[in-house]
Design a binder for this molecule. Structure first.
Ligand SMILES: Cc1cc2nc3c(=O)[nH]c(=O)nc-3n(C[C@H](O)[C@H](O)[C@H](O)COP(=O)(O)O)c2cc1C
Length: 218
């Protein structure tokens, strides 16, 4: 698949079939993503990928934590969203809830939809991704580069993915079971599998600003 085609084809998938991804395909994706660039080539992404019973155990733990507690992420989530970010954020939520036919005022349905995050939308595989907290901000850029590599490679393998900050939002509940050491802060997870096109959330499409809103040539 051409790179530009993979960029256009990738979107967040929020409903997966139970079909497992062959191990050699997963291995190929993470092996190829390993060539992603990083500051001084420090390669700061630290990743645990689950399958089968380990996915079930992880989603069980996350769902329990989400039902019982306040979010406790290792890295701060944005607090305020000044414009234009707030408009973008609202449009993203609107597109998703409209795809699911969930009304803005239907708090119960919205909560139920939010809780689907902690099942990784039924994906058979979850990659939980962290980085060393002692390194400061910049390695997050490296991990972002690596993330896009994984998402595009998965697309080119015919897989669906969803990057999910929510999967790292109860870090203390899952750190030990995944064997992350104390210095690794959890950033996000990636749901990975085959898209279930019958799931309404998968009809969600987001838009982008014209590039002139983000990029200036001088
Ligand atoms: C770092 C990161 C964290 C995200 N966290 C979540 C999440 O917790 N739950 C979710 O449903 N989508 C999450 N997303 C997906 C974004 O909402 C999505 O990428 C954005 O709306 C653009 O839509 P698209 O991916 O379909 O192009 C996340 C994306 C990124 C890059």
């Amino acid at each position: 698949m051409d790179l530009a085609d993979a960029l256009q084809a990738r979107r967040s998938v929020r409903g997966f079939t139970s079909r497992e991804v062959p191990r050699d395909v997963l291995t190929r994706i993470f092996a190829t993503a390993q060539v992603s660039p990083s500051w001084c080539n420090i390669q700061p992404w630290r990743v645990v990928v689950t399958s089968g019973v380990s996915t079930k155990a992880l989603t069980h733990r996350l769902s329990q934590a989400a039902e019982s507690g306040m979010i406790s992420a290792d890295f701060d989530w944005p607090g305020d969203y000044p414009e234009p970010y707030n408009t973008h954020r609202r449009q993203c939520g609107k597109a998703l809830y409209e795809a699911m036919s969930v009304a803005r005022t239907d708090h119960e349905a919205r909560q139920k939809a939010w809780m689907r995050n902690f099942l990784a939308f039924d994906a058979p595989h979850i990659a939980i991704v962290g980085m060393d907290k002692r390194l400061g901000l910049y390695p997050a850029i490296d991990v972002g580069c690596w993330l896009q590599s994984v998402l595009l490679l998965a697309t080119s393998e015919g897989l669906g993915t969803c990057a999910q900050a929510s999967l790292a939002s109860y870090a203390p509940a899952i750190r030990d079971m995944l064997g992350f050491d104390e210095h690794i802060g959890l950033l996000f997870g990636i749901a990975i599998g085959y898209e279930d096109s019958a799931v309404a959330a998968n009809n969600c499409r987001t838009t982008r600003e014209d590039p002139t809103a983000n990029v200036r040539f001088i």
